[in-house]
Design a protein around this ligand. Structure first.
Ligand code: IPM
Ligand code: MN
Length: 349
């Protein structure tokens, strides 16, 4: 039995994880070797307002007994974002050493890119997920005075940089063999040359991969201008975040893109989520696009060793979109449930 923890979280989060669970259950019905058990955890901003914390003290111990985690979204206007995120999602990514954040973007059939000529857009961003610019090292001094200072240090460790770059080279090898490292060593003069140095070292070991470094600003423009030239992009926590939301955007919609937070060694469970946020403006209306959560569910099965079931889910999603079943964000009028049902019907065929 594969045990999955479900954390709906805030806003549209629970609506889209419900869709993800329905689709996973349907995928399991068509595969006798796949047995799934689900446990829901009611953590998030509501929990915070009641208990003063985003999740219980022993949350990670509880989650550690599961095989994978499906997460919806975190964040609600009544709780500052840095409190909610550093109280739930980020401690899980770090506590479970989910150092790879894998973010595939592909133009699915039936989805329109905002670009006039998107070509064969199929890009995977490999984002470092445990260190870099997302660090709680630093502080504020002389608070509330005109001399107030805020300092936040970026943390780049050789182990952290090397392992994400190695993962990206392997990812490129399993795809079209092209890898671009997102740097900014012209402006950020200490950590980024360090990143570049390690990238070049690892590149030497992989002559079969066509590897190059590109400054993240120029890369941002290139991704929009010539997306067909890219295969795998690797970047630090912040650059990977920004670049992967560009690739999600040019592939049609933030509502479709998934995000796999992987602990590749399998020492801890990995976490799968849509890229999008909690969207308070449309929460509770049943109109959220469940595609990101459904694609995340597909990545989850792939990671758990059920690649066939995972790809059945993605094909069913693509077929449903191609047939014109679309939520409001994609210009359609399907509800979350209707979109989910359309995917499930195709899985059952
Ligand atoms: C994401 C999100 C998070 C991140 C936020 C909510 C902290 O934007 O998963 O991309 O930046 O990692
Ligand atoms: Mn983001």
């Amino acid at each position: 039995m594969v045990e999955i923890a479900v954390i709906g979280g805030d806003g549209i989060g629970p609506e889209v994880t419900r869709a993800g669970v329905r689709v996973l259950e349907a995928a399991a019905q068509g595969d006798s070797s796949l047995q799934l058990g689900f446990t829901e955890f009611p953590w998030g901003c509501e929990y915070y307002l009641e208990h003063g914390r985003m999740m219980p003290e022993d949350a990670l111990e509880e989650l550690a007994t599961r095989d994978a985690i499906l997460l919806g979204a975190v964040g609600w206007p009544t709780v500052p974002d840095h409190i909610s995120l550093w109280g739930l999602l980020l401690p899980i990514r770090r506590g479970f050493d989910q150092y790879v954040n894998l973010r595939p973007a592909r133009l699915l059939r039936g989805v329109k890119s905002p670009l006039a000529e998107p070509g064969d857009l199929d890009i995977t961003v490999v984002r470092e997920n445990t260190e870099g610019e997302y660090s709680d090292s630093g502080g504020r001094v002389y608070r509330g005075t005109p001399h107030e200072i805020a300092v936040q240090e970026s943390i780049f460790t050789r182990r952290g940089v090397e392992r994400i770059i190695r993962y990206a080279f392997e990812e490129a090898k399993s795809r079209r063999g092209l890898l671009v490292g997102a740097t900014k060593s012209n402006g950020i003069s200490i950590t980024m040359p360090f990143f570049d140095e390690i990238f070049r070292e690892v590149a030497e070991e992989h002559p079969e991969v066509e590897a190059s470094l590109m400054h993240a600003d120029a890369l941002a423009a290139r991704l929009v201008l010539n997306p067909e030239r890219f295969d795998v992009v690797v970047g630090s926590n912040l650059f990977g975040d920004l670049l992967s939301e560009i690739t999600a955007g040019i592939a049609g919609a933030i509502g479709i893109a998934p995000s796999a937070n992987l602990n590749p060694e399998g020492t801890f469970p990995s976490l799968f989520e849509p890229i999008h946020g909690s969207a308070p403006d449309i929460a509770g209306q049943g109109s959220a696009n469940p595609s990101g959560a459904i694609w995340a569910a597909s990545l989850m099965l792939e990671h758990l060793g059920y690649p066939e079931a995972g790809s059945r889910i993605l094909s069913a999603l693509e077929d449903a979109l191609a047939s014109g079943t679309k939520t409001r964000d994609l210009g359609g009028n399907a509800t979350t449930d209707e979109m989910t049902t359309a995917v499930i019907e195709r899985l059952q065929r």
